[in-house]
Ligand binder design. Sequence first.
Ligand code: NCD
Length: 387
Amino acid sequence: MAYAKSIIDDIFGGIRPAARALDKSASTIQGWYEAGTIPQKHWEDVIEHAKAFDHYLTPDDFFPVSSPAMSSHGYPFEKLHCLTIDDFHRPDIETLLSLGEHYLDLSVQKSPDRSVLRGKTLVNLFFENSTRTEKSFELAGKRLGADVISMQVASSSVKKGETLLDTATTLNAMNPDLLVVRHGSSGAPALLSQKVSCSVINAGDGMHAHPTQALLDALTLRQAFDGDTDGLRIAICGDILHSRVARSNVKLLNMLGVEVRLVGPPTLLPTDVDRWGVDVFHDMKTGLKGCDVVMMLRLQLERMSGAFVPSKREYFHFHGLDRTKLAYAKTGAKVMHPGPMNRGIEISSDIADDPDISLITQQVETGVAMRMGILHALSNAQDGVRS
Ligand code: NCD
């Protein structure tokens, strides 16, 4: 993974000999070693000095296939915003997932790289409540060395009647580099992205999109299925109608070659679902048949204006996941949930807390690493550095 390490060790014989050969301080070389990458402005120098050690490097040697520093397709990541999955092509997704994977490995080793966002400011602007998404962006930004501000909308001028665009103008004047936005209205982050001069990341807008959740779910799946999600069968179940998580997941999973099914009562399925490119089921027994993964969604009572389900008890009886219904899926099937969970409504605690079945804790852990990867890629694109 870390090409800098192999160049420093294998060609120059370690950090100190490399520092001497390249006429740099040992701490500079150590920085490259730990980051796993050598800044592009030093490549020529390294190529030149490697010749004395009988190694003839080319710029391609600074982009090994598994390095997070480049897309695995040799296609540069140039997106400045992360607003919906539709904005990305498959190579962009591969770049993001491989960066997320890189940070997942690093966090296991507990050595985050704080130079990636050093000197940059990340502002979290959450107009809707959030625990895991907001905190994971905060942690991701801090682990990469950014200054992080989380705007408490309840105590900000927004509650005093300031419009979204006034808030954007005020924030823009503070010159953030990355703005993470969650809003109850679909399209709010996209609108903001046209008014501010920094990268905007959609952390969930209305029922529309939640691209970073879809990316972290895809990364969690790759980890759980040894990197191979092609051909998996996944059932996304429950309140599809109000779910931005379902919308973004369907798009991304379809792109990754996963067979997606939606399972829910007719009242909780969108009217245009026949255009989503998925199979639709109304009962768990047929919907879960042969599935490798069951992704449960929260019943989003706050987005319901009337009664979409007869009662919570009846909902659990027909659509909540318990061991009996999970037995309809493949033996050994895994369970996911983006959180927060309504225990006893869409999922039983027995399933949610069983580490042999549930990937829910992994989703939270992967969320931080995936968001580090997203921030890294956007920051590189801002700086014109190839990702
Ligand atoms: C989801 C959201 O906010 O859309 N949660 C999350 O991001 N962790 C799903 C939900 O609220 O049910």
